[in-house]
Write a protein that binds this ligand. Structure first.
Ligand SMILES: [Zn+2]
Length: 309
């Protein structure tokens, strides 16, 4: 069995504020260490449960967040974003996806850094229902036959994911600063939490037979609301139909719908013909930049498991 570990960052243990997710900052460098530790636990759980091979698909922002030299060397690594065969690269040979560090959907009241796909959207709906990334990415992977069998993240994000992926194992992650800056108590919390990542990932892999690819039955009517008129002007270069700040399109399935979503989000009409070259350049640039040139980690007083006596 081949297992994919998808990595976002917002829902990692150790992370309590937005700056820790912002590429290039010292706080992000600390956040990367947190994420890498979480990902390693999930990799270990997958191997312990009998996975034959595991790869990590890094997804947040530039797609280069995990610290490669600290990743479990048994796992392969796919950084950055792609066009073919999927937006996530060549992930089609995996049997199961485990999703680390998820966050709540755009518009979720009181949630930590809630957004769906990209921060510019205040609301994303499919067929009238507010959706999270687990609907969009889970539904996209689902059409390729890949089930999502595990999620970790803050309680509300896990709850939203469970509405679409009721079969998935999950680990709830605290997003309060005090959870990570309270000395011995925080070390204990991290120890327990990360052990859960390992255990629940293993349960998911052992129970792959009950994991289902998520299929959102088409046709799919997408409605995405931009946060401002300015953003709308900048991003809707495709002249998708709009009502106020909401852009709409209809697709026969999620693969097609997600392509349109990416046109709106990442590929303005003028750039679209060159999107392959653009992504190739971005991957090469950030592979080097995030791999070799980064600030010193600023943990702002957070504890590490290595602090344990
Ligand atoms: Zn993210």
């Amino acid at each position: 069995m081949r297992v994919a570990v998808f990595a976002d960052i917002e829902g990692s243990f150790g992370i309590w504020r937005m700056r820790q997710c912002k590429t290039g900052t010292g706080e992000w460098q600390y956040g990367r260490e947190c994420l890498t530790e979480d990902v390693n636990r999930v990799i270990k759980g997958a191997f312990d449960a009998g996975a034959k091979s595991v790869f990590v698909k890094d997804t947040h922002d530039t797609g280069f967040n995990c610290i490669r030299k600290s990743l479990d060397p048994r796992a392969e690594y796919i950084g950055g974003h792609y066009i073919k065969p999927t937006f996530f690269g060549d992930v089609l040979d995996c049997d199961l996806a485990l999703y680390v560090g998820i966050h709540a959907a755009s518009g979720t009241e009181g949630a930590f850094f809630p957004h769906t796909h990209f921060g510019i959207f205040s609301d994303v709906r499919i067929n009238g229902r507010v959706v999270s990334e687990m609907d969009v990415y889970g539904g996209y992977l689902g059409e390729f036959g890949i089930p999502v069998g595990f999620v970790s993240g803050e309680d509300i994000a896990v709850k939203q994911a469970a509405e679409s992926l009721p079969w998935a194992e999950s680990v709830v992650v605290d997003k309060k600063k005090g959870a990570y800056t309270s000395g011995e108590k925080s070390v204990e919390y991290l120890r327990k939490g990360r052990r859960q990542l390992e255990e629940k990932a293993a349960v998911a892999v052992e129970n792959i037979s009950r994991m289902k690819p998520l299929i959102l039955e088409g046709p799919l009517h997408f409605e995405v609301t931009l946060r401002s008129e300015k953003l709308l002007g900048k991003y809707n270069s495709w002249d998708f139909p709009r009502k106020d700040l909401t852009v709409e399109w209809e697709s026969k399935n999620m693969i097609e719908g997600f392509d349109n979503f990416n046109k709106l989000t990442f590929f303005p009409k003028k750039v679209y013909p060159f999107r392959r070259q653009l992504l190739f350049f971005m991957r090469s640039y950030y592979r080097i930049k995030n791999g070799y040139f980064y600030p010193k980690p600023n943990d702002e007083g957070a504890v590490r498991l290595s602090d344990a006596k």
